[in-house]
Design a protein around this ligand. Structure first.
Ligand code: PEP
Length: 257
């Protein structure tokens, strides 16, 4: 199975000059205090990928370049969209698929998530499929069934070869960008349910958590939630904060060996 990982989702923040600055700062911190057990990736906006990828390569930072989204089609009349081949040419190795903001704000339904995921994972890139319930679903006590259905819709029918390239990011909507972090016990329960749904579908994939992760809560969440890492939004826009999350997870893994 893939290594434990922390991915930073920069969302629609930072132009390419600001992005270069952030990746250089992160590079300095990682050189000073490296991580050994954890894969670290960043997902900048499309227009920053070239610049950020160049810094990663030139400074040999060993970071994984990720994209926040990709179009399901190979090429053609899809104004404003970006294809997987374009991303691969820029050195992108992982793609977020079905982030809740894509689902909620841009109409990405389960079927589109499944087609996009099949394209990304089928091409050998890591597909980080995002799932998670909103507050109403949790208050109704339906959160595990809801996420299990999202996973079945996204993963059923995936080819054998593509299955090894899937990572699941559990991101409860009520915890994204709100400062409200899921309780470790809530994460652990959802994680158990996710792993059993994956087993039912014939997959064994890393499970990450996302939702107001910080250096302060990362180690406890990883330990209590039995997680393989994190998808980090807000904190990934500050080099020190993101580095601290990566270090907290790395220290936790080092202590379990
Ligand atoms: C996200 O958007 O994937 C996310 C987890 O954001 P935040 O860390 O800001 O809650």
């Amino acid at each position: 199975m893939a290594a434990p990982a922390v991915y930073g989702n920069w969302k629609m923040n930072l132009d390419h000059v600001e992005a270069i600055h952030l990746i250089q700062q992160l590079g300095v911190l990682l050189r000073r205090a490296p991580v050994e057990h954890v894969e670290v990736g960043v997902a900048p906006p499309f227009v920053d990928l070239r610049s950020v990828g160049s810094v990663i390569e030139a400074d040999r930072l060993g970071l994984v370049l990720c994209a926040q989204h990709v179009n399901e089609h190979e090429s053609g009349a899809h104004t404003g969209e970006v294809s997987l081949a374009m991303l691969e040419r820029l050195g992108v190795h992982a793609v977020l698929v079905g982030h809740s903001e894509r689902r909620r704000l841009y109409g990405m339904d389960d079927a589109l998530v499944a087609r996009t995921l099949a394209r990304v994972a089928g091409a050998g890139l890591r597909a980080i499929v995002c799932v998670g319930e909103d507050l109403a679903v949790r208050e109704a006590g339906q959160e595990t069934a809801y996420v299990a259905d999202q996973l079945r819709a996204a993963l059923r029918g995936l080819s054998e070869a593509a299955r090894a390239n899937v990572t699941v990011a559990y991101e409860p909507l009520w915890a994204i960008g709100t400062g409200v972090v899921a309780e470790p016990a809530q994460v652990a329960a959802q994680n158990r349910s996710i792993r059993s749904t994956l087993a039912e579908l014939g997959l064994e994939a890393p499970v990450l958590y996302g939702g107001s992760v910080s250096a302060e809560n990362a180690a406890e969440l990883a330990r209590e939630g039995a997680l393989d890492g994190f998808l980090v939004g807000g904190a990934s826009l500050r080099a020190e904060a993101f580095h601290a999350v990566c270090r907290a997870l790395d220290d936790w893994y080092a202590s379990t060996r």
